[in-house]
Design a protein around this ligand. Structure first.
Ligand SMILES: Nc1nc2c(c(=O)[nH]1)N[C@H]1C(S)=C(S)[C@@H](COP(=O)(O)OP(=O)(O)OC[C@H]3O[C@@H](n4cnc5c(=O)[nH]c(N)nc54)[C@H](O)[C@@H]3O)O[C@H]1N2
Ligand SMILES: Nc1nc2c(c(=O)[nH]1)N[C@H]1C(S)=C(S)[C@@H](COP(=O)(O)OP(=O)(O)OC[C@H]3O[C@@H](n4cnc5c(=O)[nH]c(N)nc54)[C@H](O)[C@@H]3O)O[C@H]1N2
Ligand code: SF4
Ligand SMILES: [Mo]
Length: 695
């Protein structure tokens, strides 16, 4: 029986969900004694979690009871960004915030910008009451693009939605391409299925510029240059066509635009792609033999893509090309064949009920792209842009650390004339720039409902403990702000539990969620075995009429990086900044046990690149380009390929060596589709750092 959080002294176990931005969406079991969470573990009853959590979240109690948790509202006392605050009451904070926002809204509501992302993936503490609040206000909308926008658009315009293989069937595949993904670090519970397949004889191939922890465990590793995946995919198609390793029946029945794609792919012999990817033509031929061979032998070939490959200029096109591959060989016929990038499209989330776009009442506020917040905070009012941003409300995100081109982001957040409110657990780099910091509850302290982008189970999070200090759930904070602003629609009174019930409406049984903590969606085992793609044509769309109508190339192509390798003599190295194993984006960087495991901000360099610069392992180096200058410690390592350096992310700036992080170097340029970020499309130079500044 499930006990409630309030029962004193009894030992109870409360079912919850990991709130983090991770495809695994694990089911949690929190052991509570005397109102205190003493242990957070994986729920063994949930098949995908199978009782185990990653190292980070097994420290969730340490994070929740962290001595630096913000437990009461804080008001700025020093200069913007100085991080100096005094304690104030909720009443003072909310009255002042409501008055300030009210005054701006009376003139120009679009001068107010909410900024949020996936600090929690919860549907309630994410975009429910907050969205209602900002819709009613008529504030600017935020384009939430910072992670997956290019790949998401690529999928939608090829398969029709963010859907794909069911993750559990990877265990039955005979070939798995792990493409732009490092599951040992960032998709651990998928890795369990891949490891099972490997034990049963499957071949695993990793496609990643970095020799990742996953590449270590695969049979082959293709270390291409960042942003060249489209060229590799086209050349792989070339080989499948030349050798006639195609499923002609599947192509004829279930695809659109094959002749056009075929013509394009035939322009990509392995030699051409190999030169662009900086790999050998034989690696491409071998990959084609593996992929084409599987299909000829009636074996299942699966692809696990992840978002790592789409943080470059051509990320959307690359995802379209890779998502097209299974149709060429008819891999979708098998439940263990096909591709998975995201499963989020399978969830029947009742967004309009949660977010209430009707509260806009006919207004159509402008959208601001979260990726270009650096530039946009510095813009003045103009006819093209609209009003300058005068107020920022940040929740579930740490933009000063995670958004590109930090110099501009910091300058924008330091503007004395932008009124900034940050809802947070900790005094992050962003919170340092707040006028008010409001203490938010963690996942152990509030209700929520979750979907997943790596499996197809909906989950319910019950509070395990009472809120610490004066912390409140995001939804509660927006509920109270709404009341102070005089918003009297009944939807502003919905409780968090009510919001939980609204999230799926009747589409998922709330009783099942209450009883088990999770409910498996009813999705087909082999979703596209008979076609039935959720595209306009019902087919796998190699050619997209929708994209063509928007002025894009209807066919996918290789789109080179904005900052392609070898295109600059001043900045000859390509830098990628993939996730560090013990952090989750910038979350957990302040949890000492995890930070100690990571050590210091690192730059992995190939021995040849290091030797050419007189750099030894452990040296402090200066990484720089025209956007900025960042210091970290060099690690000479075979994980880096020649010409590419890996700056593992995303450190808090103030915990780095010179008060900055990798995003000092990344650019605000956008992807081909979806207006996404191009974090891994970034040229730099590296030099040994000498005391006194010069290198
Ligand atoms: N431990 C941990 N887990 C995480 C995260 C974290 O920060 N830490 N982040 C979470 C988030 S926000 C997300 S979006 C998900 C998915 O997370 P992603 O950010 O997609 O990360 P990974 O799955 O680790 O895959 C990234 C891999 O892609 C590689 N890569 C970089 N550029 C290219 C390229 O151009 N081509 C190819 N083929 N590969 C490239 C990187 O070297 C890296 O090994 O994971 C989540 N899980
Ligand atoms: N250079 C580089 N930059 C990157 C990436 C990269 O690979 N390289 N990855 C990008 C990607 S994929 C992503 S998704 C973004 C992620 O960027 P963000 O979504 O901003 O993720 P985090 O850095 O984890 O910050 C989330 C913050 O939300 C807070 N939080 C958590 N739960 C709650 C809650 O319930 N209420 C409130 N109010 N706050 C909460 C946490 O304390 C944390 O400070 O970063 C991007 N930035
Ligand atoms: S971060 Fe990912 S792997 Fe870790 S507990 Fe959360 S969902 Fe599971
Ligand atoms: Mo992400």
């Amino acid at each position: 029986m499930q006990h409630t959080a309030t029962q004193p002294q009894a030992l109870s176990q409360i079912r919850g969900v990991c709130p983090h931005d991770c495809p695994d969406t694990c089911a949690l079991l929190t052991t509570v004694k005397g109102g205190i969470a003493i242990k957070v573990q994986g729920n063994p009853a949930h098949p995908h979690t199978a009782g185990s959590l990653c190292t980070k979240v097994s420290r969730y109690a340490e994070r929740t009871y962290h001595p630096e948790r913000i437990l009461h509202p804080l008001k700025r006392t020093g200069a913007k960004g100085s991080g100096q605050f005094e304690r104030v009451s909720w009443d003072t904070a909310l009255s002042d915030i409501a008055a300030r926002l009210g005054a701006i809204a009376a003139r120009e509501p679009q001068a107010i910008l909410p900024y949020s992302y996936a600090g929690t993936m919860g549907l309630v503490q994410g975009e429910s009451m907050a969205a209602r609040f900002f819709n009613k206000l008529g504030a600017s909308q935020l384009e939430r693009t910072i992670c997956a926008a290019a790949g998401g658009q690529g999928l939608v315009h090829t398969l029709g939605d963010k859907v794909g293989m069911r993750v559990e069937f990877f265990a039955e595949a005979k070939l798995i391409l792990i493409w732009g993904s490092n599951p040992v670090t960032s998709n651990l519970h998928f890795w369990r299925y891949a490891a099972q397949a490997k034990r049963d004889g499957a071949r695993l191939i990793c496609i990643d510029p970095r020799k990742s922890e996953t590449a270590d465990k695969c049979h082959a590793h293709i270390a291409l240059l960042p942003g060249t995946d489209g060229a590799l995919a086209l050349s792989l198609m070339h080989e499948l066509i030349q050798n006639d390793w195609l499923d002609h029946d599947y192509l004829a029945r279930h695809t659109l635009g094959w002749e056009l794609l075929c013509e394009r792919a035939l322009q990509w012999p392995p030699e051409r792609a190999a030169a662009i990817c900086s790999i050998s033509p034989e690696q491409i031929r071998a990959l084609a033999r593996d992929y084409g061979g599987c299909a000829r032998n009636g074996q299942a070939a699966a692809i696990r893509m992840n978002y790592g490959l789409q943080r470059v200029h051509g990320g959307g096109n690359a995802v379209r090309l890779i998502a097209s591959l299974p149709a060429l060989i008819g891999a979708w016929r098998h439940r263990a064949g096909g591709v998975l990038l995201s499963s989020s499209g399978a969830f029947p989330v009742q967004r309009a009920t949660l977010q209430r776009p009707d509260l806009l009442a006919g207004r159509t506020p402008r959208s601001i792209n979260m990726v270009t917040i650096g530039d946009d905070l510095l813009r003045r009012s103009s006819p093209g842009f609209g009003p300058a941003i005068e107020a920022l409300i940040v929740y579930n995100s740490n933009p000063v650390a995670v958004a590109p081109e930090s110099a501009k982001v910091v300058e924008g957040f330091a503007r004395e004339d932008v009124f900034t409110v940050v809802l947070e657990h900790f005094q992050t780099d962003t919170a340092d720039h707040a006028d008010y910091i409001l203490p938010a509850t963690t996942q152990l302290e509030h209700w929520d409902v979750h979907s997943s982008y790596g499996h197809t189970d909906a989950l319910l999070n019950r509070p395990a403990i009472a809120p610490l200090g004066e912390a409140k759930p995001n939804a509660q904070i927006f509920r109270e702000l709404a009341a102070r602003m005089g918003f009297d629609e009944p939807c502003f009174a919905d409780s968090d539990e009510t919001l939980c019930r609204q999230a799926y409406g009747d589409a998922v049984s709330f009783d099942t969620l209450l009883a088990n903590g999770f409910a498996t969606l009813d999705t087909p085992e082999a979703p596209f075995a008979q076609g039935n793609f959720p595209t306009p044509s019902g087919k796998c769309e190699f050619f997209s009429a929708r994209l063509a109508a928007q002025g894009f190339d209807g066919l996918p192509d290789h789109v080179p990086n904005h900052e392609a390798a070898h295109s600059s003599s001043a900045y000859p190295l390509a830098m990628i900044s993939p996730p560090a194993r013990n952090f989750l984006n910038s979350s957990f960087v302040n949890v000492k046990s995890l930070r100690d495991s990571e050590g210091e901000p690192l730059l992995e360099m190939h021995p040849l690149d290091a030797a050419a610069r007189g750099i030894a392992s452990g040296d402090v180096v200066r990484v720089f380009n025209d956007r900025g200058n960042y210091q970290c410690r060099a690690r000479i390592s075979a994980r880096a390929r020649p010409g590419v350096v890996n700056g593992l992310g995303v450190w808090w700036r103030k915990l780095g060596l010179n008060g900055s992080n990798v995003n000092q170097l990344t650019s605000q340029k956008l992807t081909d589709l979806g207006h996404g970020p191009t974090f891994y499309d970034c040229l730099v130079q590296v030099a040994r750092y000498a005391e006194g500044g010069a290198a």
